[in-house]
Design a protein around this ligand. Structure first.
Ligand code: ATP
Ligand code: NOS
Length: 432
C-alpha cells in the first residue's frame, strides 16, 4: 500500500513492511487490503467521427447509449470501411476505477464481472486483459461463451466523447459468482448504476447480492451513477437502492441534477447527503466537490480562503475527516471544493475516465485508512471511526491531481502512478 497523495507525514504510515511470503496475485481476504469492483466488462473501441455520424445512427451526443446487435454491426462496418478506429482500451467505469486504484495504491483489487471463457487474439477480451493492471485479481470472474461488451467511443471534432454500447454477454454475471468472503474482507465495494438499465438480466441481481454482502459485513459501499439519462429513467429505483445500501455516491453535475432536480452542485450535494455519507461530485472545468459528514466535536476549520456559493462559507470545515453519519452523535455536513489542478492540462487529450480517476483516488484514501487501522489500531488517527485517512480538502487535492493525469493522456486509465516529484508544481499544493 502506497501513501495516498503527498504531504509532510504526521503519522507513521507503514508503507514498506517486508512481505513474509512470496506475493500472490490472488487476494487473501484475511491478509490483504483491497477493494472489490463489480462491473459490466467492456472494452472501449475508440473512433473519430463527425456529428452527422451520430445523427445517422440516432446516438445521443455526450451520453452512454445502448445499441442493439444490428446497429452495433452497422456502426462497425462503417467505421471499419472508413478506417476510423484508432484504438482499443480496456474500459468499463468500474474496471477503470479499480485498475487506477491498483496503480495508485500499488496494491490489489478484485474485479467481479464476466470474461470470455476462450480468448482469441485481438478479441475484446484480449484487449481488456492486455490493458488491465496485474494487481487486479481476475480469479473470480465468470466465464461466458460470447464476447464481453464493446463501448464504441465516438469522438467528434469538438473532443466530446459519446458511447454506443454493444452489450455482448456483459450482463450475464449471476449472483452465484459473487463470493461473500471476498466482499466481506474488502476495504470497500464499488459498483455502478449501469446494470439497472438491463432489467431482466442477471447482473442486476448479482449487483444487489454484492451490495447486500457488503452491507451485512459493514464494508463501505460506493456507487457511481454512470450517465444522466440512465439516472432520469431509473430515478426512483436508484434512489431506493441508494437509500438502502450506499455509503459513497459519485457523479458528475448532470447526473446530480438528474437525481435531485437541482442544477447547483452544492445544493444537489447537500440534498444527496440526506441519503448517503459521502458525495463526490465532479463538474468538469468547474473542478470537483467532496462532501460528507463528520462529528461536530471532531470538526476542523480550514486555513484555505473561505468560499461561498448557494451555501455560505461552505468549505469552513473541509479539514475534517469523513465519517459515517450513523457513527456521529451530532453529525454536521462538510463541503469541500477544488478548482481543476493547475487550471487543467494545456491540451486535454481525452476527458474519458476523468471522473473514474477521481473516484479511484477517493477509494485509495478509504483503503489506506483501512490498512493503517489494521496495522496501527491504537494510532490517534483512529480515535473515532473515520471512513477515510485524509481530510475532505486533502482528498479533493489528490482526486483532482489524478483527474488531471487522465485528461493529459490518451487512454481512460492510468498507465503508471503519479510522478514521485512534481517539477511543475508549487510545493504548497500538497503540504496543507
Ligand atoms: N475541461 C476541463 N478543464 C479542466 N479540468 C477538467 C476539465 N474537465 C474535467 N476536468 C477535471 O476532471 C475532473 C472530472 O471530470 P468530469 O467532471 O468531466 O468527470 P466525468 O464527467 O465523471 O467523467 P467520466 O464519466 O468520463 O469519467 C473534474 O473534476 C476536473 O478536475
Ligand atoms: O453501459 C456502460 N456500462 C459500464 N461502463 C460504461 C458504460 N457506458 C460507458 N461506460 C464506461 O465509462 C467509462 C468512462 O467513465 C468508459 O471507459 C466506458 O467503458
Amino acid at each position: 500500500m502506497k501513501f495516498p497523495g503527498r504531504r509532510k507525514l504526521k503519522h507513521y504510515f507503514p508503507v514498506s513492511q517486508p512481505k513474509p511470503i512470496l506475493p500472490t496475485s490472488e487476494v487473501r481476504p484475511d491478509k490483504d487490503t483491497y477493494v472489490v469492483g463489480l462491473d459490466e466488462t467492456i472494452v472501449d473501441v475508440v473512433a473519430n467521427v463527425t456529428d452527422a455520424f451520430l445523427i445517422k445512427f440516432g446516438i445521443k451526443k455526450g451520453l452512454s447509449n445502448l445499441v442493439d446487435a444490428d446497429t452495433a454491426a452497422a456502426i462497425f462496418v462503417e467505421l471499419t470501411a472508413e478506417q476510423c478506429i484508432s484504438d482499443h482500451f480496456a474500459g468499463g467505469t468500474i474496471g477503470n476505477t479499480i485498475h487506477n486504484y491498483s496503480v495508485l495504491a500499488d496494491d490489489k483489487s478484485v474485479l467481479l464481472g464476466v470474461m470470455s471463457a476462450n480468448i482469441g487474439l485481438g478479441s475484446p477480451a484480449y484487449h481488456y486483459i492486455c490493458h488491465t493492471s496485474s494487481k487486479v485479481d481476475m480469479n473470480h470472474l465468470q466465464g461466458v461463451a460470447g464476447d464481453i461488451g464493446r463501448g464504441i467511443t465516438l469522438i467528434t471534432p469538438d473532443g466530446e466523447r459519446t458511447f454506443a454500447i454493444a452489450p455482448g454477454d456483459m450482463d450475464e454475471l449471476d449472483a452465484d459468482h459473487i463470493p461473500e468472503s471476498i466482499v466481506a474482507g474488502a476495504a470497500a465495494l464499488v459498483t455502478c448504476a449501469y446494470p439497472l438499465r438491463h432489467q431482466g438480466k442477471p447482473i442486476k441481481q448479482a449487483m444487489i447480492q454484492a451490495l447486500q454482502y457488503a452491507h451485512q459485513n459493514q464494508v463501505p459501499t460506493v456507487l457511481t451513477l454512470g450517465t444522466s439519462h440512465l439516472v432520469e429513467e431509473h430515478r426512483d429505483e436508484l434512489l431506493s437502492l441508494i437509500k438502502q445500501y450506499i455509503n459513497v455516491l459519485a457523479m458528475n453535475e448532470l447526473e446530480a441534477e438528474a437525481l435531485t432536480g437541482l442544477s447547483d452542485p452544492l445544493e444537489a450535494a447537500s440534498e444527496i447527503l440526506n441519503y448517503v455519507d459521502i458525495v463526490l461530485l465532479t463538474a468538469g472545468p468547474e473542478g470537483m466537490y467532496l462532501c460528507g459528514h463528520t462529528e461536530d466535536e471532531m470538526k476542523r476549520e480550514t486555513t484555505n480562503p473561505i468560499k461561498s456559493g448557494r451555501l455560505a462559507d461552505f468549505n469552513r470545515w473541509e479539514f475534517s475527516r469523513p465519517m459515517l453519519r450513523e457513527a456521529c452523535q451530532h453529525p454536521i455536513k462538510v463541503f469541500s471544493h477544488i478548482d481543476p489542478y493547475m487550471g487543467g492540462p494545456e491540451k486535454i487529450r481525452n476527458t474519458n475516465g476523468a471522473g473514474d480517476g477521481a473516484l479511484s483516488a477517493l477509494l485509495h484514501d478509504i483503503s489506506a485508512n483501512h490498512f493503517h487501522k489494521s496495522a496501527m489500531p491504537n494510532s490517534t488517527k483512529h480515535l473515532a471511526p473515520f471512513l477515510a485517512y485524509s481530510s475532505f480538502a486533502q482528498i479533493c487535492k489528490y482526486a483532482n491531481r489524478v483527474s488531471y493525469e487522465i485528461l493529459a493522456q490518451n487512454a481512460s486509465r492510468l498507465s503508471r502512478g503519479l510522478p514521485e516529484r512534481e517539477d511543475s508544481l508549487e510545493e504548497a499544493y500538497w503540504e496543507k
